[in-house]
Design a protein around this ligand. Structure first.
Ligand SMILES: NC(=O)c1ccc[n+]([C@@H]2O[C@H](COP(=O)([O-])OP(=O)(O)OC[C@H]3O[C@@H](n4cnc5c(N)ncnc54)[C@H](O)[C@@H]3O)[C@@H](O)[C@H]2O)c1
Ligand SMILES: [Zn+2]
Length: 369
């Protein structure tokens, strides 16, 4: 895979975030930490699968190993109980106000570690090491941190951007097929929102993506996956997200574009027990079909969006879940303004309407295909 260096810098709510991706990105961590006391909160799967690499790089500026707290990965990590565990561990370590919390893992562990950093001592610095595709293209950048509360997703959180985001694509080599698919859902989403060239690049490799991902066991790693040009695709998606979050850090307007596929997606995630990316793919496919049927997006673009998601092994239709429960979840989502749900719909590949008024029944009909 190409090991081109990817370096982008964003100003997010007064914090400078350096996004660095390449084969040796983690070698830079110690230098970034310098003399500051630092600790690492590490996804258990990553600790198990990449122990050697982590032992080499999770070190402070003086070369001493960082104290590490290993936490379970996955959505189950994002509980108040786990947050308390992290807080108590930080207390036992005595992490001071000028300390740094380094989060290493998928989006769930980054959300947890980031929120711990946001709240510890009223906020200490945070550094993110995304180890899933989804976390590299989405969760690692933008400063949103949160934990879940029972069935509610992300109701408790803070805006707390990482000072640096370090991505080493080789660490993704142990991802399961399901994780690759989920990360691609957010990558395709980014392309639809703001990068026709990324969309074309992905489309050009659709046969390879389908060969690797459309079939095969979801819970297994995917030999050969790292041969695809991930560094360039991650860069394409990060540029879309970076542009939006630096223009509108607190989501007053343009940043809402990133919710494409998420208003319905979050409801489906809860009701159908799907992984985040799987639900986003369904929400994105439904939004594309609905926009085409309303005549606000060319049918051909909608078809291309759905076909690319399908090539990535993502489901693009689903039977609509019970309407009443879905309506309650959609209304409870954070995208409601002035009592009315606003939806994000594609206008074409590369542009979205962030203020669409859509009836839930129409959206659910579009979900069914
Ligand atoms: N803060 C944000 O802006 C933002 C954006 C998007 C998503 N999210 C959140 O991110 C979460 C989803 O993140 P995700 O898709 O990364 O899933 P995840 O964090 O749930 O991780 C999926 C699984 O992969 C494992 N894993 C992590 N790295 C691995 C590796 N290199 N090899 C093998 N296994 C590995 C984890 O242990 C876990 O079991 C959701 O909670 C979502 O709400 C946050
Ligand atoms: Zn998402």
């Amino acid at each position: 895979m190409p090991h081109n260096i990817l370096h982008r810098r964003y100003r997010l709510g007064g914090v400078t975030t350096d996004y660095l991706g390449d084969a040796a990105a983690l070698d830079r961590l110690a230098g970034r930490l310098g003399r500051r006391p630092a600790v690492a909160v590490v996804d258990r799967a990553v600790a198990r699968l990449h122990g050697g690499r982590l032992a080499a790089v999770l070190r402070d500026g003086g070369g001493a190993p960082l104290p590490r707290l290993v936490v379970p990965g996955g959505e189950a990590a994002k509980t108040v109980a786990n947050l308390e565990r992290v807080w108590r561990w930080l207390a036992a370590r005595g992490l001071p106000r000028d300390g740094v919390v380094v989060g290493v893992g998928g989006g769930a562990v980054l959300d947890l570690a980031g929120f711990a950093a946001a709240t510890w001592q009223r906020g200490v610095a945070f550094a993110a090491v995304p180890t899933t595709l989804l976390a590299a293209v989405d969760a690692g950048l933008g400063g949103k941190t949160a934990v879940d509360l029972g069935a509610l997703k992300n109701p408790v959180g803070a805006f707390h951007p990482a000072g640096c985001v370090l991505v080493e694509p080789a660490l993704l080599g142990t991802l399961t097929r399901r994780d690759w698919r989920c990360g691609l859902a957010e990558t395709v989403k980014a392309a639809v929102i703001g990068s026709p060239s990324l969309f074309r690049d992905l489309e050009a490799r659709a046969p390879d993506l389908a060969g690797l991902l459309a079939r095969g066991r979801a819970d297994r790693p995917v030999p050969g996956a790292l041969d695809l040009p991930w560094a360039s695709w991650i860069d394409g998606a990060v540029r879309v997200k970076g542009r939006l979050v630096s223009a509108d850090f607190r989501e007053a307007g343009p940043r809402r574009a990133l919710n494409l596929g998420h208003t319905l997606g979050h409801a489906l995630e809860l009701q159908l027990g799907l992984a985040h990316g799987e639900a986003v793919a369904l929400g994105l496919a439904a939004a594309a079909r609905l926009a085409a049927s309303r005549g606000t997006c060319p049918r051909r673009d909608a078809d291309r969006i759905v076909a690319l998601l399908a090539a990535c092994g993502l489901a693009v239709t689903a039977a609509a879940p019970p309407r009443r429960a879905t309506a309650a979840l959609v209304a409870g989502d954070k995208k409601v303004r002035g009592g009315e749900v606003r939806w994000v719909l594609p206008l074409r590949i590369g542009a979205v309407d962030i203020d669409a008024r859509v009836g839930l029944d129409d959206m659910l009909a579009a979900l069914a295909g």
